[in-house]
Design a protein around this ligand. Structure first.
Ligand code: ADP
Length: 161
């Protein structure tokens, strides 16, 4: 049984993340979307809000669950019994950091393997930080995030001003 975790901040979730979730769910038996509870990061949405948005987004994919974790990803892997980490590679710039993290995780927990999915070309430019920036200045984010979240993101951006 192949159980995987797709970890990230998902602040907010984008079409790029959605594409990654669908594609990795088709490869593994069970996929946990793991929302990192990183209190140091100045986040737009709380972890609870991000989890519930991801649950809404993935409710029709039977082998996907959504959870949050804090601390080390390898500890969460042990705790959840998952042995595969899924990450996305958008550009060469992602590669160096991802390689280092994947190797460190493998040393820390040899049972764990990281698999990388190459970003769908349509979304290779897309990142949560760009969405946050566009939303803050009233830009059109409808091409970047699932329609049900557009208003929520604008509202949250305005609240934080
Ligand atoms: P982090 O803060 O850890 O980078 P993100 O939520 O930004 O987390 O991203 C989580 C994962 O999704 C990472 O592996 C990242 O490379 C991938 N990802 C982010 N944006 C996209 C995208 N547009 N297309 C495909 N993968 C993406």
């Amino acid at each position: 049984m192949k159980k995987a975790v797709y970890p990230g901040s998902f602040d907010p979730v984008t079409f790029g993340h959605e594409d990654m979730i669908k594609r990795s769910a088709a490869i593994v038996d069970e996929l946990i979307v793991g929302v990192l509870n990183n209190s140091e990061k100045n986040s737009l949405f709380s972890v609870g809000e991000r989890v519930s948005m991801l649950k809404e987004l993935t409710k029709d994919i039977p082998n996907v669950t959504v959870d949050s974790f804090d601390g080390l990803l390898v500890d969460y892997m042990k705790e959840s019994g998952a042995t595969i980490i899924v990450r996305g590679l958008r550009a060469v710039t992602d590669f160096e950091y991802e390689l280092q993290i994947a190797q460190t995780n493998h040393v820390e927990y040899p049972a764990v393997e990281t698999i990388f999915l190459v970003t769908n070309l349509k979304y290779s430019y897309l990142s949560s930080s760009v969405v946050r920036e566009f939303a803050a200045y009233g830009g059109d984010i409808s091409k970047f995030v699932p329609p049900q979240f557009v208003d929520r993101i604008y509202r949250k951006s305005n609240m934080n001003k």
